[in-house]
Design a protein around this ligand. Structure first.
Ligand code: BYC
Length: 472
């Protein structure tokens, strides 16, 4: 069990106090991080007391200490899940070998790229969401937003710790670059496309936390299988925090749908009372679900094959022994491949090359369960509407479906049909403008904007009308 040093300037359980070189490097990076937070983190509200959860340890309950904190004073710490003694690599070419506690030379570039890509998404999401505090539909939701933001900040710290500790001068440069690329920046954008889209309304925010944070869950889970032990332990701990972000999204979309369903039952037109029509919400869901599928990379990927072969990135829950062949050498994966002749054909590829597709399949099944939960909820209110996730080929910009047009049903369509019909499937500017017009800030305790139902329960067992943010 690793000792937790909470008194340190950077709370940690990685023995920072005794590692002077690393301590100095991180203490040098810290002011740059705080400056970035000031410049590109949440706009305003930094001087307000917010009821936040802070990780103060990795044991049960230790990661969830609640108190009022001003965001810039948040104790961004470095925490790794406890080490498993004698842990062995359990997939890929090196099955059975001891896990690495240092980076094997031949894997250095690949590993650094994975860590940098992961790290890049964390500050990116904070940048994307920076204006949302101003239009929070309640104090409860404002707190959730800031909770998500500070924890994404901590996830950035987690990756920066790995870069500084294991990648020498290159790692230091990469850690700096994580604060230099910016979401949506024309010249120096974030690495993955979904992290360059603006999130300026709460419908986007809740869809993003449902679908894009859930990509985070699957990516982190596959890195938590890694044979590079520090990465596995770091990401494992990050997953505990990630769960809250996904819940925020799932509950948020569910609460918007519920409110609209209630209004429909009362015979009201949601558009007349500043609520979100279900058909419109469906389009935001389709946008973020498809954008998030792109984050899995190509379905047929030599990068993914090599990351798996070298034991760096496993399948979802690989360690639970649910896959028959831990080397993944004996099976093929059947892909649906579009052809220039306007058809979709089945093609077998070696399973290792399909690791991104395998992870995506697990993600899609998870998302379907969530959509079903939303549907059950509105069905209970007697409203006849069902959210439908589009097919995995719809609206893709990465992988084998990029450059082709598919309807949400999965049917391959031509460009003219797409041009004519895509506004039926994805939000139009007019709809975005309408959603923006519904974004009324509500600052009164226990009150909620008209487009969203109150949560079933508050944060940390507090009531929904708790003073989650002290604005005055
Ligand atoms: N946009 O072999 P390919 C989270 C690039 S979210 C732009 O098909 P690969 C969070 C790719 O880099 C989780 N570029 O795919 C959520 C490669 O470029 P190079 C973040 C893309 O490499 C919410 C080329 O295309 N974590 O934590 O197997 C809030 C060919 O790539 C995209 C990770 O992503 C794209 N969408 O897989 C906060 C885990 N997709 O190398 C946080 C680490 C691919 O040829 N990253 N490309 O120049 C990875 O595992 C992999 O990098 C990817 C891509 C899964 C992203």
């Amino acid at each position: 069990m690793s000792t937790v040093d909470l008194e340190a300037k950077i709370p940690n359980n990685v023995g920072l106090r005794d590692n002077k070189r690393l301590l100095m490097a991180l203490e040098k990076w810290q002011p740059a991080f705080l400056q970035w937070w000031k410049d590109l983190g949440p706009a305003d509200f930094n001087q307000k007391d917010i009821y936040l959860r802070t990780a103060i340890g990795v044991g049960q309950g230790g990661w969830a200490h609640f108190d009022y904190v001003k965001m810039p004073d948040y104790r961004w710490g470095i925490f790794l899940a406890d080490q498993v003694p004698d842990r062995k690599i359990h997939f890929g070419d090196n099955v059975g070998a001891p896990v690495w506690s240092e980076v094997p030379g031949e894997m250095r570039n690949r590993l650094r790229r994975l860590i940098v890509t992961q790290g890049d998404t964390e500050p990116a999401s904070v940048e994307q969401q920076r204006m949302l505090g101003h239009s929070a539909p309640s104090l409860y939701d404002m707190r959730s937003l800031f909770q998500v933001n500070v924890e994404e900040g901590r996830h950035l710290w987690a990756m920066v710790y790995l870069l500084h500790t294991y990648f020498g001068a290159d790692g230091r440069d990469e850690a700096e670059a994580l604060l230099e690329r910016h979401s949506g920046d024309q010249d120096n954008p974030r690495i993955l496309q979904a992290f360059n889209y603006p999130i300026d309304n709460w419908v986007d925010f809740f869809c993003f936390t449902t679908f894009t944070d859930r990509d985070g869950k699957y990516q982190l889970a596959s890195l938590a299988e890694s044979g590079f032990d520090p990465l596995a332990r770091t990401t494992q701990f990050m997953l505990t925090e990630e769960a809250y972000h996904m819940q925020t999204g799932e509950n948020g979309v569910g609460r918007i749908a519920r409110r609209t369903a209630e209004l429909l039952k009362e015979g009201k037109d949601p558009r007349q009372v500043g609520a979100i029509p279900l058909e419109m919400l469906q389009k935001f869901i389709a946008h973020w679900f498809s954008a998030s599928m792109d984050l899995f990379g190509g379905e047929d990927s030599t990068n993914a094959a090599e990351s798996f072969a070298s034991g760096l990135k496993g399948r979802y829950r690989e360690g639970d022994g649910i896959y028959k062949d831990p080397k993944a050498l004996q099976q093929n994966y059947t892909l649906e491949v579009p052809t220039e002749a306007g058809k979709v054909e089945k093609k077998d590829i070696p399973l290792r090359r399909a690791m991104n597709a395998v992870l995506l399949d697990a993600y899609i099944a998870d998302c379907k369960r969530i959509a079903e939960r939303w549907n059950r909820d509105i069905e209970k209110l007697g409203v006849d509407f069902k959210f439908q996730l589009p097919d995995h080929k719809f609206n893709r910009h990465q992988g084998i479906y990029a450059g082709f047009r598919f309807a949400p049903s999965g049917e391959l369509i031509d460009e003219a049909t797409w041009t004519h019909r895509h506004t039926e499937w994805l939000p139009t500017q007019q709809e975005r403008d309408y959603v923006m017009s519904c974004m009324k800030a509500v600052h009164e305790r226990g009150k909620f904007a008209n487009y969203i139902a109150p949560p079933a329960q508050g944060a940390n067992n507090q009531p929904p009308d708790f003073e989650y943010v002290k604005l005055h």
